[in-house]
Design a protein around this ligand. Sequence first.
Ligand SMILES: *Cc1c(COP(=O)(O)O)cnc(C)c1O
Length: 403
Amino acid sequence: MTRHTGRGPGTAAVHTPPATVPAAPPFSPPVYRTSTFAFATAGEYADVLNGVEPGYSYSRIDNPTADAFAAAVAALEGANLATEVSGQPFASGMAAISTTAMALLSAGDHVVCQSALYGGTWSVFSRVLRRFGVEVTFAGAPDAEVIAAAITPRTKLVWVEAIANPTLVVADLPGIAAVAHDAGALLGCDATFASPMVVRPLEYGVDLVVHSATKYLGGHSDATGGVVCARHELTAAVRALRIDLGGSLAPDEAFLLHRGIATLPLRLARHCQTAAALATALAEHPAVAAVHYPGLPGHPHHARARELFDPDRFGGMVTVDLYGDRSAGMAFCDALALAVPAASLGGTHTLVSHAASTTHRQFDDASLAAAGITPSQVRISVGLEDAADLIADAAQALDSLAR
Ligand SMILES: *Cc1c(COP(=O)(O)O)cnc(C)c1O
C-alpha cells in the first residue's frame, strides 16, 4: 500500500472549511438549513439525543429556525399571561392539529367538537381518530350549554374554533373552558381565522391554541406551516409525538413564517379595518341576502366578539349570502376583477371561495343547511388592497348579478 499524504479533491469538496460563527449574534434568525448537527465527541452526541444536555441533533427533532418561529408565536399568545407559554412548530396546520389530538387522546377517549369545523379537522376527528377507537361528538354551536350537554365521563378533549369557517360564528371560550375543566377535559382552540391580533384564547382558559401559520401568521401566501402554543407540560407531550410522527417544520418555511410575525399587528389592523368597511358596504347592496361578519351588530355573536376580541378587531374574513342558488355564488366570484377565486386566506391579496363547491364540497345539502351554509354563500378573505377598490369591485360584481 502506497502511503497517502494530504487529502484528495473528493474529500476537500466535502470537508470544506466551516462557515464562521460570528461573535455578535446575527440580527435576523439564520436559516439553519441542515438536517443534522455535528458533535465533537460521541458522548456529546449521545447526551443531546438522550436529553441529558440541551442542544440540537437532527432537524426532525428540533431545528433552531423552526424553534425561533414557534417561540415568536408563543410570546404573542402569552403576552398578557403570568404563566409561561411555549410553542411547537409544525409543517402545516393539519400536522399541528392531528399531532396535538393524537398526543392527548387514546382509544376509548371521547372528544366533543363544535359542528362547524375546518374540513381537514373534521376529517381527522370523524374519520381518522374513530379508526383508532376515539369517540367523537359534533355538538352544534360553540356555546357552553351545547358543549356541556355533549360531554361524557370519557371526554378528554373539547375542540373549537375561535372564529369558524365560513359562517364566522364566535366560540364562547371562557364558558366552554369552564365546562371542559369541570369535566376534567382539556380545551383546544384553532384560532387561525382570528390570529393573536384579534384574540388570544389562552387568556380565557383555553389549554392549547393552534394556528395554520400558512394563513395570517405567514401572511404572504408563500409558506406552509403550523404551530401549537400551551403550557410547557402540554407542548412537551405534543413535541414528543411530533418527533415520532414527523410533521416538523422545515427551516426555509420557518424563516418566512417568522418574518411574517413582525408585520402581523400592522397587517391585522388593516385586514380588520378593510373587512369592516367591506362588510358594511355589502350589507347595503340589494343583491346581497345576508352578510356574516362578527363586527356587524346583527351578527348573532357580536356581543361575544366585543367581549373577547381586542377593541375594534373582528377579523379579516367576511362571508356573504346572495339571492339564488350555487350558480349565483359562483357567478359573483367570476364577476370580481380584483378578488381572486383561490384556496387559503390571511394573505396580502383578497381571495374568494364559494363554500358549497370548494371548502365544504363534502357536505350534502342537508349538512350545508345544518351548518348555516346557504347554496350561494361566498367567503371573502379580505387582503391589503385599498378598501375603496375592494368595495367598488364587489359593487360592480353584484350589479352584474342583478342584471
Ligand atoms: C387552513 C386551515 C387549517 C389547516 O392548515 P394547513 O396549514 O393548510 O394544514 C386548519 N384550520 C383552519 C381554520 C384553517 O383555515
